[in-house]
Design a protein around this ligand. Structure first.
Ligand code: ADP
Ligand code: MG
Length: 586
């Protein structure tokens, strides 16, 4: 136990293990004066009360098989004992739903004598922890301000609340209620909880993810690339309900966002990975924030492919119907209109219509329902293109003009679309170049002078073990000694690249993740530069048919919501937006 938040975390995990559907947390003075965690779970039998406070007493493991497939959150049987050793602890519980006859164990001081007596309590358990670290001044000194410690508690509760939407969480600080997350059962209630925890902006700029493959299931929300953060502070990844931080996971996610994220920005996500508990070792670190996957390569591939497909669909008419940087007013306005509420888990992300309707029930959809209900063309006379009926109108609509040689203006069923012509064309060219490369494969080219590198013995060994994987990446590198390898061939497109740096990066990736995207990302960079040079420059006059062709290409192209540098390629200014600008309908 290093701080009040760690006590709260252990207590909530116990409550969840006990099947609680409601958990109330009272905090005083940042948790140093009082922490009270009350639940409506199974309670603790009188006979076990004293035992629960003893070290290595856990009711959760009865056999070796249990140990191997640890599904419950707590399993060390140490939490209560170590809390008891540094605070005045009171544990009250009742196992019967019919009566309020509970029992209470009081434990104080180093000698840890426990006294049990009757005490009224409804079914469930209340853990009360007073004067944390009162007997260990050295640790008390390490505590930060009340506000900081409370902030840590808040973060612990947010994580738990994200992972267990069906549980009600109530938090008070110094007698004032700070959080009340009601149990969320439906998709829209769940989405509301995500909005409450991660912010409305996030909830409105997400793409829903949901995929199962064999024993693996991934679901949750990832932010559209144009909603990125300057810090990695909105990243929640849960493995079987437990929040974790893991290099393999971050690598797979970063790889999925590779060329859609603005340089130096961090993606935002709330993701849940579910797998057979036997496939993951959660016991590698005492705070259980780290995990080890048995099939790390398979997990990496599954995460990467699922997320890159979800992000690939961020294009007009797909997972999201608008684009725009979240940091600017445009996005805020879009958010207010509820135009782009990401799909919910399990919802299809294929067609335009169902998404609009689904989005309406989500957070911030109130405005949108009104907007969509009015339909198209009721406010103004339909344009010739629109007479064929709204079913015929493509997501980005039809071009009406070009502005200063930079932007295309188009009319679609929601209103006005603005397209950055160069940025959009660049993405289209880039995706085409990548597609061509992927169908023809990577051509290798021998180095004029093969290059020797000294590496670690593990890295040298991996060159032989993963020769096939390396060949597929266009790299031929042979071990020529225990700690020496020779680079003979590289991808033709990267023949001018820094062979040493590239090979070193590839080898270390293979060691750590079992896979490497270095070659692909170096080649992508190259293609991206080529695409930039090969795309329409600003100030080129386009005809209407040319502009329309570009709009259609955007709709067909993966990731076309952002240019190769992660900037948005288009924004929607809907009729409601425009009406607001002109104070219409007020
Ligand atoms: P662990 O959770 O690893 O078993 P703890 O020290 O956290 O160890 O808890 C010890 C035991 O006390 C648990 O195994 C459980 O039987 C009981 N216990 C603790 N908190 C609760 C609770 N909120 N509801 C029901 N039982 C609890
Ligand atoms: Mg526990």
């Amino acid at each position: 136990m290093e701080r009040p938040a760690s006590v709260v975390k252990e207590a909530i995990e116990n409550s969840l293990d006990a099947g609680a559907s409601r958990i109330e947390i009272d905090v005083e003075a940042g948790g140093t004066r009082l922490l009270r965690i009350r639940d409506n779970g199974a309670g603790i039998p009188e006979a076990d009360l004293a035992l629960s406070l003893a070290r290595h007493a856990t009711s959760k493991i009865n056999s070796i098989e249990d140990l191997e497939a640890v599904a419950s959150l707590g399993f060390r049987g140490e939490a209560l004992a170590s809390i008891a050793s540094v605070a005045r602890l009171l544990l009250t519980a009742n196992t019967e739903a019919e009566s309020a006859r509970g029992h209470q164990a009081l434990c104080e001081g180093r000698e840890m004598t426990v006294e049990v007596r009757p005490a009224p309590h409804p079914r469930g358990t209340t853990l009360e922890v007073r004067d944390l670290f009162y007997n260990t001044p050295a640790r008390r000194k390490f505590l930060r301000t009340e506000k900081t410690e409370f902030g840590h508690i808040l973060e612990v509760i947010k994580r738990q609340a994200l992972s267990r939407p069906e549980v009600t969480f109530v938090l008070s600080h110094n007698g004032k209620q700070v959080i009340h997350y009601s149990a969320a059962h439906t998709d829209s209630e769940q989405k509301r909880r995500v909005a409450a925890i991660c912010g409305k902006e996030f909830a409105e700029h997400t793409v829903a993810v949901e995929r199962s493959a064999g024993p693996l299931r991934l679901w949750g929300w990832v932010a559209e690339p144009t909603f990125s953060r300057s810090q990695a502070d909105l990243q929640y990844f849960f493995v079987n309900g437990r929040v974790i931080r893991d290099k393999l996971v971050s690598h797979a996610i970063r790889q999925a966002y590779r060329d859609v994220l603005f340089h130096g920005r961090h993606p935002a996500f709330v993701l849940f990975l579910e797998l057979d508990p036997a496939g993951v070792d959660v016991n590698v670190h005492p705070t259980k924030h780290e995990v080890r996957f048995r099939e790390s390569r398979g997990i990496h591939d599954f995460l990467f492919s699922t997320l890159s497909r979800a992000l690939g669909d961020v294009r007009p008419g797909h997972a999201s119907v608008t684009a725009g940087p979240s940091s600017e007013g445009v996005a805020a306005r879009q958010g207010a209109m509820g135009l782009e509420v990401g799909g919910l888990p399990g919802s299809p992300v294929s067609s335009l219509e169902p998404r609009h309707l689904k989005g309406l029930s989500g957070a911030g959809g109130g405005d949108a329902s009104h907007y969509y209900a009015r339909g198209v063309g009721t406010s103004s006379a339909p344009q010739p293109e629109f007479s064929a009926g709204s079913a015929e109108i493509p997501p980005l609509g039809f071009a009406i003009a070009q502005l200063h040689g930079v932007y295309i203006l188009a009319e679609n069923q929601h209103g006005l679309v603005l397209v950055d012509m160069h940025a959009a064309h660049e993405r289209i060219t880039y995706e085409r170049l990548k597609g061509a490369r992927d169908t023809t494969g990577i051509t290798r080219q021998p180095l004029l002078v093969p290059q020797t590198l000294s590496v670690s013995a593990r890295e040298a060994a991996i060159c032989a073990e993963q020769a096939e994987e390396l060949a597929a990446l266009g790299v031929w590198v042979e071990p020529v000694g225990e700690e020496m390898v020779m680079v003979r061939e590289l991808p033709a497109a990267l023949i001018e690249a820094d062979a040493e740096a590239l090979v070193r990066d590839v080898l270390s990736d293979l060691l750590e993740f079992g896979t490497s995207d270095r070659v692909a990302s170096s080649m992508d960079e190259l293609l991206s530069t080529m695409a930039c040079h090969g795309s329409v420059r600003a100030n080129r006059r386009l005809t209407l048919p040319e502009m329309n062709a570009l709009l259609r290409d955007m709709e067909e192209t993966e990731r076309s919501g952002q240019c190769n540098h992660g900037r948005p390629t288009w924004v929607q200014l809907g009729m409601t937006d425009l009406d607001k600008l002109f104070l219409r309908g007020r």
